[in-house]
Design a protein around this ligand. Structure first.
Ligand code: ATP
Length: 239
């Protein structure tokens, strides 16, 4: 349903950051994308979501396909409207807005009403309902991550891209986020999960890709990656 083939991306017309990346995210699955800092994971997500130009990046080769449509040159709102939602790294919520106002912002590309999607988000995250009139900047890190995920869900995406949702969170909160990602998937959303926390990602994913220096170097079932010695040495120690 979401696939990338032979993608090359440059920044500022010179720096080649993705060097022919191909991957596929099957409908209904959770897919993990692993890789060290600077491997190109965020760049790949930007390319998938129409956000490269904001960072002076450009696709120079290859394409991104969503439900059979070539979306490579689409802008971000059009891609969201086509069913691809994303939660950026660093859980950027609007800190001076309330929780509910943040959720409403997530619905700006939707044509229908927001009451039902907002209610669904509150069902998934009861804590957001409790805090719905509170200013987002006063939420804890974990609650802000939940809000960032909730905001992306308002658009009711078919595929949700999550960029390092566990970053900087305490183990107990990481566990909660993990359970929520599984729940979101069980409710019918396909998930591409970018993580440094490989243990967390591979424990819920069916398939995993590993990126290094702008290339995919491993493409395997998650269970096999969990057993792989190189992966264990490199990532699992940090999990
Ligand atoms: P992280 O986990 O730190 O986010 P990453 O795997 O997501 O790492 P990217 O952020 O995609 O990696 O970065 C890949 C490479 O592209 C890095 O060498 C980075 O310095 C470079 N890069 C990222 N954004 C830009 C930009 N706007 N202009 C120039 N180079 C960039």
């Amino acid at each position: 349903m979401l696939s990338v083939s032979n993608l090359e991306v440059v920044y500022n017309d010179v720096i080649l950051v993705l060097r022919g990346v191909s991957l596929e995210v099957r409908e209904g699955s959770i897919v993990a994308l692993l890789g060290a800092n600077g491997a190109g994971k965020t760049t790949l997500l930007r390319a998938m979501t129409g956000l490269l130009d904001v960072h002076d990046g450009k696709v120079t080769k290859g394409q991104v396909t969503l439900n059979g449509q070539n979306v490579t040159s689409w802008d971000a709102p059009k891609i969201v409207a086509a069913g691809l939602g994303q939660v950026l790294e660093g859980r950027r919520v609007f800190s001076e807005f309330t929780v509910e106002e943040n959720l409403r912002v997530g619905g700006h590309t939707r044509s229908g009403g927001l009451a039902e999607p907002i209610e669904q988000v509150y069902e998934l995250f009861p804590v957001l309902k409790e805090r719905r009139r509170r200013t987002a900047g006063y939420l804890s890190g974990g609650e802000q991550q939940m809000l960032a995920i909730g905001r992306a869900l308002i658009a009711q995406p078919q595929v949700l891209l999550l960029d390092e949702p566990s970053l900087g969170l305490a183990p107990k909160i990481v566990q909660q986020i993990k359970e929520i990602v599984v729940e979101i998937n069980q409710r019918g959303t396909t998930v591409l999960l970018v993580e440094q926390n490989a243990t967390m990602a591979l424990s819920i994913a069916q398939h995993g890709f590993v990126m290094e220096h702008g290339k995919i170097v491993m493409d395997k079932p998650a269970a096999e990656l969990l057993e792989d010695d190189d992966i264990r040495d490199f990532y699992l120690g940090r999990g």
